[in-house]
Design a protein around this ligand. Structure first.
Ligand SMILES: [Zn+2]
Length: 856
């Protein structure tokens, strides 16, 4: 028997669930009747339950015989066994279960969220978060994605409160002092998509999209922050109905902002839940980055209504089908909604994050066999979302957007209200394109890593070669390593888009690089070549010195995403030791005229890494380099927006101010930021695109009085974005006593547990705070582990990558080894390998870097 899969001898078709949450005692009582099909005459039913008390379980089988079960709960296996005296008759039966549970504070299952109302009083609400396997904490159920059922929810609540679930309300009646809210039947769907939220809630006026009313919900006092989220919800819902060629599968769409929420958002059908920063925003007071976050997350969750909710992966190994597709569709929808945001160029930053992790020996394939659902927890990462979306984009561009969409429509139509696997998607795309999709795609999905495509000119021919890209020549040697058999070096089918300039003309060419190398003749009058034209490919390009020099001569003729890739790939090749750091630094001087915010994020990102590696004596030199590169751009842009200026330019201005004021430690920028911030305090309008940067710079240069002021502003923030700005500003103060204060607030309840792990991660990455932060983490690990939600420790521990000296590295290894800490999947190994990459770069380049920086 598989300990992770329930037997299929008795399977559910429908749940009628009634729950009575009590927000005062923080408990709930529940009762459910499950319509089941008995396929074998067994005496036992096994289903999932954890941290629930089952008071009674009674079955009536197809023969009409009623039997009471002997109930055993196995907390370790998260199962509930119901044993009956006589075998159940095969056919349709009814199982009734009465149970009790607690509204926990771990942000999973059926949990409580605590917030302050506009009058400052503390309030409690209840919400759910079930993915991947926490529905079993709210009601006993067959908690696997393939056991799709209809859910009919009834909530009996305090009559002063409001309840929301997946579907429309059928009736509201009174029972004593309780209000009984009965919801309509759901579509046939998986348990992890069931949701209910109970509390004092406000909602916006619904906007109809066809027959679907769309509303945003929040705690009282925040409705004024809902319109932007509602707008993108409506726009993306329309977009997806058109793209998928299938109507929205629910009967209404509510988007709910929950004050305590572990993830970013959750795609419960018809009742999508969000952390407040991902849904509520004041459009006039937010930066481009803050608005884009809301648009992205809302579009992503809406995309799931089809990809995930209507068609669901059969088991957790297929989670990429959900997440990669939702991420890909999110880009399409936001790009269609606001083309001026150039969303696909900005996606380069996400793709780069995936390339970064996937360049480790300890990476993993997008899809791999999963037995325990717990193994899938570590799948909610950059490889599933961003690498997955990148390879889909690459495939879309390779097949053509219309053919790709035809395949997606076919897949959804064929498998709606059911489950599917990767092979089903390939089959549908294959039917649409008449191409062998598995041959092209399997290497990208089922093998780890990606290729480095080297481009050179040899003997009058253009030569393309592929090899796997890795930062380190060998896998990391560490105490947790498990021996793996040596695999044949992987080879990918790489769709390489080329743009060749020759004789003053440009031509595009498409090569499927399937072997180790391929050659093609150079045209007469050859001038330059861009590989990965358009930037959609999930691979890196390494040009030989002459070809790179030719591209650097003609930067304005490259698209922004191509310039982004040129910088980002050169940096990766440098970190991998394939190009000298000094050569990379010289190259960055060519980008002083750059005006694209994404290209700048690649440039500034590399300086951000160097600031954690540079020897103390060389720090001033590195700061001067940052100023040398970034000052011309900020000078050209000025500090105030020009009339008719693009939103992205405003965001770039903010990014440059932040980088110069912190990384560049530029005194004049710090002084000017303080002036602008003071003007903002006096009520002068300041461009919202630079305000977050001003706050960060002022904190970086700030003293204790400023810290107190920012702390007060964090507590009294008017919007979720303002709260985040001041919260992260607390990490930027450089005085050790203030670092200590901020650290203390991550475990004393002042900073929400949904945010605290991320705050600690930032502190671990910051040069001025990392030593104190690491000491704090090692001292308070157990407390944090107890307080933080499920994935909190994994998120926080990522900060160890910033501890980039050999001494700290040894200490990090010692700590994790002695405590035998497992962060799930390959997470810890990936962090340790990234740390090694940084320390190796420091060991290899410190001397040359010092000499280079001493040059003026
Ligand atoms: Zn998602």
């Amino acid at each position: 028997m598989d300990p992770y899969r329930l037997p299929r001898t008795v399977v559910p078709d429908r749940y009628d669930i009634r729950l009575e949450p009590d927000l005062t005692t923080l408990t709930f009582r529940g009762e459910e009747t499950i319509a089941v099909r008995v396929t074998e005459a067994v005496r036992e039913i096994a289903l999932n339950a954890v941290e629930l008390a089952v008071d009674e379980a009674v079955v009536v089988d197809a023969g009409g015989r009623e039997q009471r079960a002997t109930v055993t709960l196995d907390e370790a296996a998260e199962r509930c066994r119901l044993v009956f005296a006589a075998p159940l008759a095969t056919g349709s039966g009814r199982l009734r279960i009465v149970f009790r549970g607690t509204l926990n504070d771990k942000l999973r299952g059926f949990y409580r969220s605590v917030y302050k109302d506009p009058g400052g009083a503390t309030r409690t609400m209840a919400a759910t978060q079930f993915e991947a396997t926490d529905a079993r904490r709210a009601f006993p159920c067959w908690d696997e994605p393939a056991f799709k059922s209809v859910f009919a929810v009834t909530l009996a609540i305090d009559s002063a409160l409001t309840a929301v679930s997946n579907t429309r309300i059928l009736s509201e009646t009174r029972e004593g002092d309780r209000k009984v809210v009965r919801f309509a039947d759901s579509i046939t769907m998986s348990t992890y998509l069931v949701a209910f939220v109970v509390g004092e809630l406000e909602h916006t006026e619904p906007t109809p999209v066809g027959a679907t009313p769309v509303s945003v919900w929040c705690v009282p006092g925040k409705r004024r922050l809902a319109s932007f989220g509602q707008e993108i919800a409506v726009a993306s819902l329309r977009y997806f109905e058109d793209y998928y060629g299938l109507p929205y599968p629910g009967d209404k769409l509510d988007l709910l902002a929950i004050p305590d929420f572990a993830a970013g958002a959750m795609e419960n059908l018809g009742a999508i839940t969000f952390r407040e920063t991902a849904l509520l925003v004041d459009e006039r007071a937010a930066s481009h980055a803050e608005l884009q976050r809301v648009a992205d997350v809302v579009a992503h969750e809406n995309a799931h209504m089809w990809f995930g909710d209507l068609v669901t992966m059969s088991w957790w190994n297929g989670i990429w089908l959900n997440e990669a597709f939702a991420t890909f569709m999110e880009m399409l929808a936001v790009d269609a909604w606001k083309p001026e945001w150039q969303r696909w160029v900005a996606f380069g930053v996400s793709r780069a994050a995936a390339l970064s992790v996937d360049g480790l020996h300890s990476t993993r394939p997008i899809e791999f066999p999963v037995r325990a659902p717990r193994e899938a927890d570590a799948m909610f990462d950059v490889l599933t979302y961003e690498k997955g979306a990148s390879v889909l984009r690459m495939l879309e561009q390779y097949l053509g957007p219309e053919i790709f969409r035809e395949g997606v429509r076919d897949y959804l139509r064929t498998h709606r209200f059911a489950n599917a696997d990767t092979g089903d998607l390939w089959a549908a795309l294959g039917r649409a394109s008449r191409q062998p999709i598995p041959a092209v795609m399997d290497g990208w999905i089922f093998a780890p890593g990606y290729p480095l495509v080297s481009v050179s000119v040899e003997g009058g021919e253009l030569v393309l070669r592929q090899q796997r890209f890795n930062y380190l020549p060998e896998p990391l040697r560490w105490w947790g390593a498990t021996p793996t058999p040596a695999a044949a070096p992987p080879r990918w089918q790489v769709p390489v888009q080329l743009r060749i300039s020759a004789g003053g003309r440009q031509t595009e060419d498409r090569v499927l690089l399937a072997e180790g190398q391929t050659r093609r003749p150079l045209p007469a009058g050859f001038e330059a070549v861009v590989a990965n034209e358009g930037g959609h490919g999930f691979y890196r390009v390494r040009y030989d010195g002459d070809l790179r020099a030719r591209l650097l001569e003609r930067l304005p003729r490259l698209a922004p995403i191509e310039r982004f890739n040129l910088v980002n790939d050169a940096w990766a090749v440098t970190v991998a030791g394939l190009m000298p750091l000094t050569e990379y630094l010289d190259m960055t001087a060519r980008f002083r005229d750059e005006r694209d915010k994404n290209v700048w994020s690649a440039l500034l990102g590399s300086f951000g890494v160097l600031t954690r590696l540079v020897r103390p004596a060389d720090r001033a030199g590195l700061e001067a380099r940052v100023r040398d590169r970034a000052t011309p751009a900020l000078t050209a842009l000025g500090w105030t927006p020009r009339p008719g200026e693009n939103e992205l330019t405003g965001q770039l201005r903010g990014d440059l101010i932040r980088a110069l004021g912190t990384l560049g430690n530029d005194r004049s920028v710090q002084a000017k930021a303080a002036e602008f911030y003071a003007a903002h305090e006096r009520g002068t309008a300041v461009d919202p695109n630079i305000l977050p940067a001003l706050i960060a710079v002022v904190a970086h240069a700030g003293d204790e009085a400023r810290y107190e002021d920012f702390l007060k502003k964090f507590r009294g923030a008017a919007t979720p974005q303002e709260e985040q700005r001041y919260l992260y500003a607390l990490t930027a103060f450089r005085q050790p006593a203030l670092v200590e204060q901020t650290l203390g607030r991550t475990i004393n309840g002042e900073i929400r547990t949904q945010d605290a792990p991320f705050v600690v991660r930032s502190l671990l990455m910051l040069v001025h705070a990392r030593e104190q932060a690491w000491a704090f983490v090692t001292k308070h690990w157990d407390t944090m582990d107890r307080l933080y939600p499920k994935h909190g420790m994994r998120r926080m521990a990522e900060g160890v990558i910033g501890l980039a000296t050999p001494e700290w590295e040894a200490d990090v290894h010692r700590f994790f080894r002695e405590r035998a800490i497992d962060l799930g999947g390959k997470t810890l190994e990936q962090y340790l390998e990234q740390l090694r990459v940084n320390v190796a770069l420091r060991e290899r380049e410190s001397t040359a870097l010092g000499a280079h920086l001493a040059r003026t």
